[in-house]
Design a protein around this ligand. Sequence first.
Ligand code: SF4
Ligand code: SF4
Length: 87
Amino acid sequence: MTKDAEDFMDENRRWVCTRCTACCRMVSDILPDLDRGDGVCSNLGLNGKCLIYEDRPAVCRVENFPATEKQKASACAAMYNIVFGHH
Ligand code: SF4
Ligand code: SF4
């Protein structure tokens, strides 16, 4: 099951994090020091929540990215499909 950008936008077409955890499961290139060995961030809790949320790296703060709402939603959809799309 794959998703598209619309799945990561609210009714006002604003990007929204669905807490799908995809971005936290492909950190080998972006946050190699946090990679627990399989591409998953060592700070990702079993409940899907970030264990260091208040202190998470800048790269994890998607809301601050200099991108449009659609671009952020598209990026989340792409990551989701890479991580979960084949299952
Ligand atoms: S991929 Fe996007 S929607 Fe999923 S957890 Fe990361 S920021 Fe949130
Ligand atoms: S630090 Fe937190 S938000 Fe950033 S990738 Fe790891 S679990 Fe996800």
